[in-house]
Design a protein around this ligand. Sequence first.
Ligand SMILES: [Mg+2]
Length: 322
Amino acid sequence: MKSGFIDLPDDIEEDALAPVRRSSVLIVDDQAAVLQTLYQLFKDTYEVFVATSGAQALSRAKVNPPDLVLLDMVMPGMTGMEVCRQLKEDPETQNIPVIFLTGNCSVDDEARALDAGAADFISKPFNPRIVSVRVNTQLRLKAKSDLLRRIARTDALTGLGNRRHFNSTLFKEWRRCARNSLPISLVFIDVDFFKRFNDIYGHPMGDYCLSSVASAMKSRMWRPADLLARFGGEEFVCLLPETPLKGAIHKAQELEAAVRDLAISHEGSSVAPVVTISLGVAAALPAQGDDPETLIDAADRMLYESKAGGRGQVRSVEITSA
Ligand SMILES: [Mg+2]
């Protein structure tokens, strides 16, 4: 039976002292000799990137977020402290552990660095073995908290995003589209006569049905910002940022066909001999200050109309801001 249970990365439960493989480390120092030493130390274990200034470090971290940053405290131009502060301010990089490398610095500096969100502190000249162990410890903690974050936003049955993840993504994307005057669309999806399906075939088949429907729909999603999530029970949502009504209707029809093509028998359906879905589409051009709840309400209303109109179909509406 197919299901979307989350694969645990191998190294999570293995030998606690083994290095976290495939991790990437960004080393930032203005001294070539330090970069060289650390690069040699880590190159066989991790994917290593280097930067020679704070500005370069920030742009590298932004483009390709590493799993850990080893950061020189004293550099010309932007200081390590400032780099750390900016990393911790950006939601995209705030979970990356930062280990400071420093020459002789005061207790006050050390306290400020920890205050700025540093995970650890290593004094120069450093012992390579100590650096290795401390880096690996932070990478292990990072891998575990990444996994917890992933579990917290994933629906265990289908492997899709869960409702919590959908809510936070909707809020974020709604504001992003409002800021950039872009349209945003939402599709509400409900499996037709699902309760009857469960009654006829039993709950294990019901779970199988839901995870099959989820993966059939998921296979039609390929733009990175689009989100398919399980809203609850037999309800799913598909969030399509930067998508006007026409594109959203097209996507909804594609999802409808994908589920019908699964051809999962459903003797209790009056729509078709197979499992089908009903879909409600709403599109908006959000303005700053508009509430994304209006989009949810509209899509939900269209889903209701789709069901009232015979199920196994798409109904849609474009909402305009007041
Ligand atoms: Mg320096």
